[in-house]
Design a protein around this ligand. Structure first.
Ligand SMILES: [Zn+2]
Length: 199
């Protein structure tokens, strides 16, 4: 029987970044699935989001295209980034002093909203658009506003969630049910006991 605590667990940062990646899997964007997870100072998740069109703007009617002769037929004018959705989805009064975990370095528009919502730190995974103006502008604003940003290097390249790996027979969070005894045996032993303790 295992009595020592398990050591092969994921740490907090891995856990929150993994949540951002899991949320990303909800995105219908054919080219870029991004997720964001906001965590408060008590390490509680207060918001999660992924990139998608606003409520009521159907994934089947609005364009997911990145290029078109008509800008109105590209996704850029319509899509809400994961960072914004995570902030708007918050289940707390505000996200002051929170940390945001996000797959891609935020763009300048998200950076503005991150700063204005008083998020204190951004932990990101990829900075693949580092050379682009919107990332340069985002970093300039983060630096000016004192928002810390840190690139996350995961200790594991994969975290596998396998619904079939659990051995349900050995899984037990509550103590074993005591064996049922025959109530008649109980009465007998009780009467023996009272006889013994009698005058
Ligand atoms: Zn953005």
């Amino acid at each position: 029987m295992a009595s020592q605590k398990r050591k092969d667990t994921i740490d907090w940062t891995e856990y929150f970044m993994a949540m951002a990646f899991l949320a990303a899997k909800r995105s219908k964007d054919p080219s870029t699935q991004v997720g964001a997870c906001i965590v408060n100072e008590d390490k509680r998740v207060v918001g999660i989001g992924y990139n998608g069109f606003p409520t009521g703007c159907s994934d089947d009617e609005f364009p997911w295209s990145k290029t078109s002769d008509n800008p109105l037929e590209t996704k850029y004018l319509y899509v809400c980034h994961a960072e914004v959705n995570a902030i708007l989805n918050k289940n707390s009064t505000d996200v002051k002093n929170c940390t945001m975990y996000v797959a891609l370095f935020p763009c300048n528009e998200c950076a503005k909203i991150i700063i204005q919502s008083s998020i204190r730190e951004v932990v990101y995974m990829s900075d693949k658009h580092a050379h682009k103006e919107h990332t340069v502008a985002a970093k300039r604003m983060f630096d000016a506003a004192g928002v810390k940003y840190t690139q996350y290097k995961p200790p594991h390249s994969q975290i596998v969630i396998d619904f079939t790996e659990i051995d349900w027979d050995s899984l037990n969070q509550v103590p074993a049910t005591p064996k049922k005894t025959n109530p008649i045996d109980d009465e007998v032993s009780m009467s023996k006991l009272s006889l013994k303790e009698g005058p």
